[in-house]
Design a protein around this ligand. Structure first.
Ligand code: F6P
Length: 350
């Protein structure tokens, strides 16, 4: 069988472990299957503009522990343009690609799914610190983000205790509370606010008051950026926190709920309160061992799907097994935190 030329791209927000996937796919593809690779630059933008560079054993050497992506990324959505899908399909031919591996979250894989319907031979790899993709137990990047946030909570704990303050920590996660819940549990947070739940001012203030009433004079509150606070009457009068408009895929750029919660707590309890927004710290730097291994397993599974000609699939982790599922299933709906898991965390509130 003639050797294949495979394009690889990374799209959406960067995340630790992307380079592990690239390295594994290229290494396996070259040494086992005799493939050639083209690194598509800046996600779907590179596919729209035929922007690529050669990707060989030299280029992947030493990248395993590096954060970010050696291919660059963007939030470009080809389908925002009327004939964007056709442009990508044509450019596949122009760049002489036999297959494309798209590494990304719901947006990047949503594009891959639409291209599959146009018979573009595509395989997806799930990436996001948010861990909100259906069909996979974990995405790589999540474990690193949770560890960064956990360490931040530990550090903030000691200063909270020294100053008798309430410390509010705003974390990423978009419309899911996975990062907040995992890191909040690991860091011993006294309250965790996530988008999947609704909270009244009274409830938040009451939880902190209850804790202080039993002799504790400091508290840690972890707030997911997508969480919402209802007015004290619990009506539909929700505060909407958004600071930067919409991205190319129509997502609201979130941020600001941490400050709102901090102001609310200080006003309602009289306790001095501070806020820390962890922001992009959660996405930067070297991946954990877990994310390096998961990324490596995903990269190898992705290139093996290409070898099998099994397109329109996404590699995923189910239990401890790597399996392939249809891209359409992966992008159907967001994976959000279930009530049972949240109830477990509530044991430690207040
Ligand atoms: O999806 C990953 C993520 O880090 C979200 O948690 C966050 O809302 C968003 O990306 C931030 O995007 P940007 O890097 O464009 O500011």
């Amino acid at each position: 069988m003639a050797e294949k030329t495979v394009g690889i791209l990374t799209g959406g927000g960067d995340c630790p472990g992307l380079n592990a996937v690239i390295r594994a796919a290229v290494r396996r593809g070259i040494t086992t299957h005799g493939y050639r690779f083209k690194g598509i630059l800046k996600g779907w933008k590179g596919m729209m503009e035929c922007d690529w560079e050669p990707l060989g054993l030299e280029e992947i050497s030493g990248i395993l522990p590096k954060g970010g992506t050696i291919l660059g990324t963007s939030r470009t959505n080809p389908f925002k343009e009327e004939d964007g899908g056709e442009i990508v399909a044509d450019n596949m031919k122009r760049m002489k690609l036999d297959a494309l591996i798209a590494i990304g979250g719901e947006d990047t894989l949503g594009v891959a799914n639409k291209l599959t319907a146009m018979e573009v031979p595509t395989v997806g790899v799930p990436k996001t610190i948010d861990n909100d993709l259906s069909g996979t137990d974990y995405t790589f990047g999540f474990d690193t983000a949770v560890n960064i946030v956990t360490e931040a909570i530990d550090r903030i704990h000691t200063t909270a205790e020294s100053h008798n303050r309430v410390m509010v920590i705003e974390v990423m996660g978009r419309h899911s509370g996975w990062i907040a819940l995992h890191a909040g549990l690991a860091g011993g947070a006294d309250m965790i606010l996530i988008p999947e739940q609704k909270y009244t001012v009274e409830e938040v203030v009451g939880t902190i008051r209850k804790r202080h009433a039993r002799g504790k004079d400091f508290s840690i509150v972890v707030v997911a950026e997508g969480a919402q606070l209802l007015s004290d009457k619990g009506s539909d009068d929700e505060y909407v926190i958004s600071e930067g408009g919409l991205d190319d895929f129509g997502h609201v750029k979130l941020g600001g709920i941490g400050q709102l919660v901090a102001d609310t707590v200080e006003k309602g309890t009289g306790f001095e309160t501070r806020v820390t927004v962890l922001g992009h710290l959660q996405r930067g730097g070297t991946p954990t061992a877990f994310d390096r291994v998961l990324g490596t397993r995903f990269g190898i599974a992705a290139i093996d799907l290409v070898q099998a000609g099994d397109y329109g699939k996404m590699v995923s982790l189910q239990g401890n097994a790597i399996v392939a599922i249809p891209l359409s299933v992966a992008v159907e709906e967001l994976k959000v935190v279930d009530q049972e898991f949240y109830d477990l965390a509530k044991v430690f509130f207040g």
